[in-house]
Design a protein around this ligand. Structure first.
Ligand code: B12
Ligand code: SF4
Length: 415
């Protein structure tokens, strides 16, 4: 069988529902989007289909983050009995197109669609799939394939992020350089009324209203966290909030599902905030956080130095080693980045630029000559790469993830 995620390119406006405002990059999309060349950019795999592949014994291929052409190529290359498509609601147009392509290229295949897209009321009439699976998929697939659905769940090894890019430099994908992802469960017991995760897998309910006056953004920014995520409070089909807004007649007609992702405009009539203001406030929140607190990378450096000072003499060797490892980056590459950020940030907020300089000096006092050499040699280089990156971004350059094709139990398949 073949499991696939929806096709890219993602960071562009197209008829299948890709939107340039909604790239496939966690931090750049939802956290550091206003930080220009300092934005932390990286991609993540589609964990749901990786989990399913690891827990079935049938011959299986995972095609992750494909292009439309790569998807068709894979369908032509093998006779798949089952093609499983994983998607969230915003990408329903791509699922529709992929079902059409399967019927055309591989008419014998059974099509199974799963993931959050299954929560759309009336999805059966929107896509041409044989099965639409709501909720947890591993057990469903094991039962469908007549395999043991009581077996303990096997967790694949997952590298959290990949192809990291910051200050215009692509970092090497080294083993141990980034975190691992562990998925302990699906769903969440908190039950916030807008949240698809809790309503899709769990049905407890709690009302949350974050936005009353506008002061909330300043309050949030005032916490000086390293990262800050802002998204619009959005009724998504399948959630209690969506039901409530529909019953009150407050859902707006004609909002494309591809535009309901929390980074564009409200898809409902808010009590006091207009659609256009929702977009303006969201953009302002990101901008405000950036201008007041500086680039997230600078904030990470601050946190790393604090951690190092607190734990460098800790009695447990394992703890000491961990903080020494983190501090290693501060001593070298991060200190060079601080030099570049200090210069680049002068035009945005002079007093934050001075705080960055002060932090750099503290790092140099703490770590001595090596860090001074790193900042004087590496700093100008990073300033140059980040300015080059700003020019690229100004010319609307965007980044796309690589495609993965991973086969399991495949020898039997070929036999
Ligand atoms: C990782 C992640 C991402 C990654 C995706 C990386 C990738 N390569 O796909 C990134 C960071 C890029 C991302 C981006 C976005 N995301 Co996101 N993301 C998540 C997150 C945190 C984890 C998903 C996950 O792996 N879960 C664990 C796995 C095991 O669960 P699962 O994927 O749901 O899969 C299970 C079932 O759904 C089912 N299943 C899934 N697929 C299939 C397929 C078949 C055939 C079958 C049978 C079953 C099945 O079985 C699986 C095992 O139980 C979820 C929140 C969450 N906790 O789930 C949000 C979530 C999926 N994201 C969401 C949203 C809204 C977005 C964005 C639009 C947000 C934004 N504005 O930035 C963008 C979209 C980008 C785009 N262009 O498409 C929403 C989806 C809402 C909805 N109802 O559709 C979620 C649920 C968060 C939320 N609570 O609102 N996201
Ligand atoms: S938003 Fe969703 S995942 Fe987060 S606490 Fe609320 S219910 Fe849980």
């Amino acid at each position: 069988m073949l499991f696939t995620s929806v096709f890219g390119p993602y960071a562009q406006d197209d008829e299948f529902g890709s939107r340039s405002i909604n790239p496939m990059e966690l931090y750049h999309n939802q956290v550091t989007r206003a930080q220009g060349a300092f934005s932390l950019r990286m991609f993540h795999r589609s964990w749901g289909i990786m989990m399913m592949q690891a827990n079935i014994s049938a011959p299986c291929a995972v095609l992750d983050l494909p292009t439309r052409e790569a998807f068709v190529r894979e369908l032509r290359a093998h006779d798949y009995d089952i093609v499983g498509i994983s998607s969230i609601i915003v990408n329903v147009g791509k699922v529709r197109e992929m079902c059409r392509l399967i019927r055309d290229v591989s008419p014998e295949s059974v099509i199974v669609a799963g993931g959050h897209v299954a929560a759309i009321p009336g999805i059966e009439t929107m896509i041409d799939a044989d099965h639409i699976v709501r909720g947890e998929g591993i057990r469903w697939m094991q039962e469908y394939l007549d395999e043991n659905s009581e077996a303990p769940i096997r967790h694949p090894e997952i590298v959290s992020g990949m192809q990291t890019r910051i200050l215009g430099v692509r970092l090497p994908d080294r083993k141990g350089a980034t975190a691992a992802t562990i998925i302990p469960s699906v769903g969440c017991p908190m039950g916030c009324n807008f949240c698809t995760t809790s309503s899709f897998f769990w049905r407890k309910r709690k009302i949350v209203n974050f936005y009353e006056s506008g002061d909330e953004i300043d309050y949030a920014v005032g916490h000086h966290t390293d990262f800050h995520q802002f998204m619009l409070y959005t009724p998504v089909p399948g959630t209690p909030l969506f039901k409530e807004m529909s019953e009150q007649g407050r859902m707006l007609d004609n909002v494309d599902l591809a535009d309901i992702h929390g980074q564009n405009k409200f898809n409902f009539q808010h009590a006091v905030i207009s659609r256009d203001d929702s977009k303006r406030f969201r953009a302002w929140a990101f901008r405000r956080d950036y201008e007041q607190n500086g680039p997230s990378l600078y904030r990470m450096c601050q946190t790393t130095l604090q951690g190092w000072r607190r734990y460098k003499d800790y009695p447990d060797l394992r703890v000491r080693e961990r903080f020494a490892r983190e501090a290693g980056k501060l001593r070298t590459a991060y200190n060079a980045a601080l030099w570049a950020m200090e210069k680049q940030f002068r035009d945005v907020n002079r007093s934050v630029s001075e705080e960055i300089r002060e932090l750099r000096r503290e790092v140099e006092r703490e770590f001595g000559t090596a860090s001074r050499v790193a900042s004087r040699l590496g700093g100008p280089l990073l300033l140059w790469t980040s300015r080059r990156e700003e020019r690229r971004l100004a010319a609307a350059h965007s980044y796309e993830p690589p495609t993965f094709l991973e086969r399991s139990n495949w020898t039997e398949a070929q036999a």
